[in-house]
Design a protein around this ligand. Structure first.
Ligand code: ATP
Ligand code: MG
Ligand code: FE
Length: 336
């Protein structure tokens, strides 16, 4: 079965065609990052306008790259939330209209669930159960994926998401936007042991990064006031270590406690090289199988949306056109 995926939740206009939920035939991502960089972050109104300009071209390009006619498509899957409401509406409305006009079933997909499916694309044999660490720009969740489309959310952030912390610290350090890749890059030239930043001890599998963010900012502020020499690379590396350590420890703990010795990661921060390195190390120690999606499927793309759509479609779960964009839906446990 061929699914056309459409993703416009933030600042990427993306369309992709995926066969049987696993095989990517095309993956088009028109990023607006250059436009938003000058503002230091995504400007919602500009993002929606750009999506309107690009969406038909993205879908056309996805069909062309896959060498496929729209009539061969078995379902159209689009993100309905979470994300920026104006941005979401562009892809969602486009998908509904195309589905109605061409009489192709429509499947609405939760963007965060979509991120998880990047793993099923990268590993064609991979199946649940899995422990999944979702670390994206707006979300941080630890989940137990019991089956496709069936999961329990066991942990979340109480304040900032991991990606958000990366972006805010990068901005403060003058490293630009998006911050995650910048911190990742400069940290390679820094000493991660130089400063010990505290991470709030939060109960269970929950996280908190807001205190860490303040600690780093206050520290840099003090260094500047005292006119002490410091390297931005050391600050970035020490901050990154604090985030990565807490993410990795809780993920490994959940795997050991549930005895599901298979861990996957998802979302933009899953592209972080230190996170990958540390997970490899800790998972090897505990004989846990580790699954890490290809870089291009970690950040926003439509292939992951098409894959998530496929696994709903095969369960007969198509969506009604009455479904609307939901900006703050997040990830909540899902039982059949
Ligand atoms: P959400 O998926 O929660 O709605 P989003 O779609 O904006 O948010 P993603 O596309 O999953 O987020 O990821 C973007 C985030 O990933 C940004 O915060 C970015 O800084 C972060 N990121 C990307 N690459 C890296 C990296 N190498 N290291 C750390 N963070 C990274
Ligand atoms: Mg983006
Ligand atoms: Fe995302």
């Amino acid at each position: 079965m061929f699914v056309l995926g459409i993703e416009t939740s933030c600042d990427e206009t993306a369309a992709a065609i995926v066969k049987d939920g696993r095989e990517v035939l095309s993956n088009i991502v028109y990023s607006q990052v250059e436009i938003h960089t000058s503002f230091g972050g995504v400007v919602p109104e500009i993002a929606s306008r750009k999506h309107v300009e690009k969406i038909s071209y993205a879908v056309e390009a996805a069909l062309n790259q896959a060498n496929m006619e729209i009539d061969k498509i078995d379902a159209i899957a689009a993100t309905y939330g979470p994300g920026l409401v104006g941005s979401l509406l562009v892809g969602l409305s486009f998908a509904k209209a195309l589905s109605y006009a061409k009489k192709i079933p429509f499947v609405a997909v939760n963007h965060i669930e979509g991120h998880i499916y990047a793993n099923f694309i990268t590993y064609p044999e991979l199946k649940p159960p899995l422990v999944v660490l979702v670390v994206s720009g707006g979300h941080t969740n630890l989940i137990v994926l019991e089956d496709f489309d069936k999961y329990e959310v066991v942990g979340k952030t109480r304040d900032d998401a991991a990606g958000e912390a990366f972006d805010k610290i990068a901005r403060y350090l003058g490293l630009g936007y998006p911050g995650g890749p910048a911190i990742d890059r400069v940290s390679k030239f820094g000493d991660e042991e130089k400063y010990k930043y505290p991470v709030a001890a939060v109960e269970g599998y929950n996280f908190s990064f807001s205190g860490l963010k303040s600690a780093v900012i206050n520290h840099v502020h003090t260094l500047k006031q005292k006119k002490e020499n410091f390297k931005v690379e050391d600050i970035a590396a020490s901050f990154q270590k604090a985030v990565v350590d807490t993410l990795v420890e809780k993920t490994v703990k959940l795997s050991l406690e549930t005895n599901i010795k298979r861990v996957a990661i998802a979302g933009g921060v899953a592209a972080n090289s230190k996170l990958r390195e540390k997970l490899v190390e800790r998972c090897t120690q505990h004989q846990i199988e580790l699954y890490v999606p290809d870089f291009k499927y970690c950040t926003d793309n439509a292939a992951m949306v098409a894959s998530a759509g496929y696994f709903r479609l095969v369960k007969g779960q198509t969506s009604s056109y009455s479904i609307n964009a939901i900006p703050y839906i997040g990830l909540v446990s899902k039982k059949e």
